[in-house]
Design a protein. Structure first.
Length: 158
């Protein structure tokens, strides 16, 4: 081997070592970023990771987790909208309740209720008095029905 070849071999070895170190550092950076993303656990964090490391071994898991988090956010937003609509409906119609209204009439005004027979865990049935409790936000609404499923008392507490 002549002098030029030895220098070229040394230079090639140094480049290979540098490239190996760079690849190792890149792997460490990816792993470090992945651990941060998992700790943060937000769709934005997963999107940023995928933009930075699209070919990562964790890309599939990142996409799946991001999609699950987005679906959960969408479901929470839907539930919050429905809950707000329900609170508004009850607030608007609470003053329209009258003694003697049937369960169906009450539900037409304020929405569906789960009514339990007095002293039991069974659903409200004719022949037994019952009560419904609605917890909407910080407000608690209690409605009492007689054995004929007619409204006898109702109150709202905060």
């Amino acid at each position: 081997m002549n002098q030029v070849s030895v220098k070229q071999c040394r230079r090639g070895a140094m480049i290979a070592l540098g490239l190996g170190a760079a690849l190792t550092l890149a792997g460490c950076a990816e792993l470090s970023a992945w651990n941060r993303v998992k700790a943060e656990n937000t769709p934005v964090a997963y999107d940023q990771f995928l933009a930075q490391f699209p070919a990562s071994a964790h890309a599939g898991e990142a996409k799946t987790t991001r999609n699950q988090l987005l679906a959960q956010q969408k479901e929470r937003a839907k539930n919050e909208r429905e809950s707000a609509q329900r609170r508004e409906n009850v607030a608007l119609n609470w003053a329209k309740l009258k003694t003697g209204m049937t369960v169906n009439e009450v539900e037409t005004l304020i929405g569906p209720m789960k009514i339990k027979s007095a002293g039991t865990q069974q659903s409200f049935q004719n022949g037994k008095a019952g009560a419904a409790t609605l917890k909407l936000g910080c407000d608690l609404y209690t409605l009492e029905f007689d054995e004929n499923r007619r409204l006898t008392n109702w109150q709202r507490t905060q």
